[in-house]
Design a protein around this ligand. Structure first.
Ligand SMILES: N=C(N)NC[C@@H](O)CC(=O)C(=O)O
Length: 376
């Protein structure tokens, strides 16, 4: 059989290889232990089931959305205007958005690098992609000629794998540029829960700009809920895309049980659980970096990242060689080529390490990684 790394077509297939390993540091999903308050929510699931079956679903949906966004500092939202569409996952929300955009545009400007299921979904509906380097996005206005040849600008913030957050002032400037050119501004905010720099009111900034906007929120990265999650597709009043129609082509609604669980996790997060999660991620980031202290010719690329992943540069070593060597010890990392969807070689010497893990698993994995790196 051909080597796995040669057959993996995207990052998620690399992550799939890791799913059954005890040292899975590949995917950005939350795999740490439940905290005691979270365990109490899980213990309450039978009662939540009864509640979910009895209460009106729109009431449950509003409460979950309000609690989740509120825990992330997103205190305003257009739920009561019917502009918040619940999906089984954020990737499904993205697919719905992509199909809707493709009905009116053939080109989209997309942040580079970013997680490859985003460009793959966008290409999948026939959109032509124009890369926008993350630095260019943060440095200042986009070139007018770029905005004249795309129907949308798509930004992952915090970005994956870099962790870089689009600050409020830059979001405002970008939204105003998009408003000026009639271009849709779309945000994937799946990692916003990890970084308080992303806890400003994005929707207020977007609404004030007058631009056409879409935001894809994700409950799935924060808590260890065994893939029980909600992706929310949120949009501006005059977005001018058939989002509702395509959403209804694909689903009637999400599980009220999952919504109730999300609400309870979000209420715990708002009550101190999110600060605890931030400490857990920070402690794991320090554990990883300290475990590799003294290893020659490596560096951590995203010094200030607070998200649940960390990017390691392995010097002159090939990232895929390190990936294969640690796999011999059942350790799985994520090679970064495919984040660089427009120029994969940029990611040849970096690997991403997941931090939403139990400290023991991370520590064990870091020791395996250290020994492999020292072996040359
Ligand atoms: N629909 C897909 N492909 N899901 C995988 C994605 O959630 C993993 C991810 O975002 C990360 O590992 O950073």
């Amino acid at each position: 059989a051909q080597a796995a790394e040669a057959t993996a077509q995207n990052l998620t297939q690399f992550e799939t290889l890791a799913l059954s390993s005890r040292l899975n540091l590949a995917d950005g999903h939350a795999r740490q232990e439940l905290t005691p308050p979270q365990r109490r929510v899980i213990d309450d699931l039978p009662a939540l089931w009864v509640e979910a079956a009895e209460r009106p679903v729109d009431e449950i949906e509003r409460a979950a959305c309000h609690a989740f966004l509120g825990a992330l500092g997103q205190h305003s939202h257009p739920f009561d205007d019917g502009r918040v569409l619940a999906c089984y996952s954020s990737s499904l929300a993205m697919e719905i958005f992509a199909r809707a955009l493709a009905t009116e545009s053939d080109a989209i400007a997309l942040i580079h690098p970013t997680f490859d299921n985003i460009p793959d979904i966008l290409r999948g509906v026939g959109l032509r992609l124009v890369p926008v380097e993350e630095d260019a996005l943060h440095d200042g206005p986009l070139p007018t000629e770029l905005l004249q040849r795309v129907g949308c600008v798509f930004v992952t913030t915090p970005n994956n794998p870099t962790g870089r957050v689009l600050p409020e002032e830059r979001l405002r400037g970008l939204a105003e540029q998009c408003a000026e050119h009639g271009v849709v501004l779309t945000l994937d905010t799946s990692f916003r829960g990890f970084d308080t720099d992303a806890h400003y009111d994005h929707y207020a900034v977007l609404e004030a700009s007058g631009c056409r906007w879409v935001v894809i929120e994700d409950t799935g990265k924060l808590w260890p809920t065994l893939e029980l999650k909600i992706g929310w597709l949120v949009h501006s009043a005059e977005v001018g895309l058939p989002l509702e129609k395509i959403h209804s082509d694909i689903l009637l609604g999400v599980s009220p049980l999952v919504l109730l669980m999300v609400q309870r996790f979000a209420e715990d997060a708002a009550g101190g659980g999110l600060a605890d999660l931030h400490r857990h991620i920070a402690d794991n980031r320090a554990l990883l970096r300290n475990s590799l202290a003294g290893v020659p010719d490596i560096s951590f690329v995203d010094t200030f990242s607070r998200t649940s992943v960390d990017r390691l540069h392995v010097g002159d070593r090939q990232g895929l060689d390190v990936w294969s060597a640690v796999r011999e010890h059942q350790l799985y990392l994520l090679p970064c080529q495919k984040f660089h969807w427009a120029n994969p070689s940029e990611g040849s010497h970096t690997l991403r390490v997941a931090l939403s893990r139990n400290p023991l698993a991370l520590s064990t994995g870091a020791q395996v990684l250290r020994s492999v790196l020292l072996a040359g």
